[in-house]
Design a binder for this molecule. Structure first.
Ligand SMILES: Nc1ncnc2c1ncn2[C@@H]1O[C@H](COP(=O)(O)OP(=O)(O)O)[C@@H](O)[C@H]1O
Ligand SMILES: [Mg+2]
Length: 323
């Protein structure tokens, strides 16, 4: 099967700023692929090139089998949900969808059929006749996703689909995204700086930072690459315990706490307690830390994803979305 998207050394420079620095990757048909990275990492720039909105400085890409110069073919094959809201507030949900269908020269009968199908997919049938300005932030986002699907794209780009939404609404959107990936058999490329979102939703993730891919794989393989779970133990005789547990996993003492890196922490915890009991060492606390994608990011960059200050533009986006 041909990949949905393949890029080779894809690069975009804005003046002296290399926003995207030689990205090469393959995205399979039907997968949900995530570009995860902090603000300014180059996520939007990457999607903008793949959706033919801006031209790369160098490198190449194939989208649905077409080189980037085949703008018309690519635009028919893809749907996009932009980072910034782009609905007409004065129109109803249905009218927004109909307008989009007309732009794609869909005949009226087909538009009507498709409008009910996509509204159903995102659970907005009941609101279809209301003006968009009466919608909540989450409903607007769902309508934008529905609109991106109107013309039956093979590939759907979602740029920060849940930016600025509250956690509960965010989870709702995740459900809709995985449902439409299955029902519509559409390949989804989404960008996010929320690691939980990438973890919950994506089949594979490319973690990007400063325009480069720093890690790529399934959420599980990325987290496994850190070497396992960490059991953090507080005990009176922490040094002695550390030497006893040396064979069990990698041990390290920091600030009087012993951390043991093991595979399958849930199963190892009782064994570890048994060893301590056998040697009459009193454990005062035990906690299990499962690695997160944030830990993967930290391992590769030495920084946290959240450390980057949100830009004023992003703050504005969050406020606008929340309304
Ligand atoms: N149109 C533009 N002109 C100049 N610089 C830009 C433009 N778009 C993005 N950039 C810069 O490129 C880098 C990557 O931006 P962007 O792709 O928007 O990141 P992300 O979507 O990951 O937050 C940033 O340094 C940003 O300031
Ligand atoms: Mg962006």
């Amino acid at each position: 099967m041909k990949p949905a998207i393949a890029t080779k050394n894809l690069t975009k420079e804005f003046g002296r700023n290399r926003a995207v620095a030689s990205i090469s990757l393959e995205i399979k048909q039907g997968e949900i692929f995530g570009l995860l990275g902090p603000n300014g990492a180059g996520k939007t720039t990457t999607i903008s090139m793949l959706s033919t909105l801006i031209q790369p400085t160098s490198g190449s890409a194939q989208v649905s089998g077409f080189g980037l110069e085949r703008q018309d073919e690519i635009r028919k094959a893809i749907g996009i949900v932009f980072q910034d809201p782009s609905l007409d507030d004065e129109l109803t949900g249905k009218e927004n969808l109909d307008f989009h269908g007309r732009l794609y020269h869909m005949p009226s009968q087909l538009r009507a059929i498709r409008i009910s199908a996509v509204l159903k997919l995102v659970g907005l049938e009941d609101k279809a006749g209301q003006q968009v300005k009466t919608y909540s932030g989450g409903m607007k986002r769902r309508l934008e996703i529905a609109r991106g699907l109107m013309h039956h794209p093979k590939i759907l780009f979602l740029d920060e689909p849940t930016l600025g939404l509250d956690p509960q609404t965010r989870r709702g959107i995740w459900d809709y995204i995985s449902k439409l990936n299955q029902r519509e058999k559409v390949t989804i490329i989404l960008t996010t700086h929320y690691m939980e979102e990438a973890d919950a939703l994506c089949d594979r993730i490319a973690i990007i930072d400063r325009g480069k891919i720093i890690a790529l794989g399934t959420p599980t393989s990325l987290k496994d690459s850190l070497g396992g779970d960490v059991l953090v133990i507080e005990a009176i005789e922490v040094e002695k315990l550390a030497s006893l547990l040396n064979g069990t996993g990698k041990t390290k003492i920091t600030a009087g706490q012993l951390s043991v890196t093991v595979h399958n922490g849930e199963r190892m915890a009782p064994k570890l307690l048994a060893i301590a009991a056998k040697h009459k060492i009193k454990i005062t606390s035990l906690s299990l830390k499962k690695p997160t994608l944030e830990d993967v990011f930290i391992r590769h960059t030495g920084r946290t994803i959240r450390e980057e200050e949100a830009s004023p533009l992003d703050m504005m986006r969050v406020r606008r979305r929340a309304r």
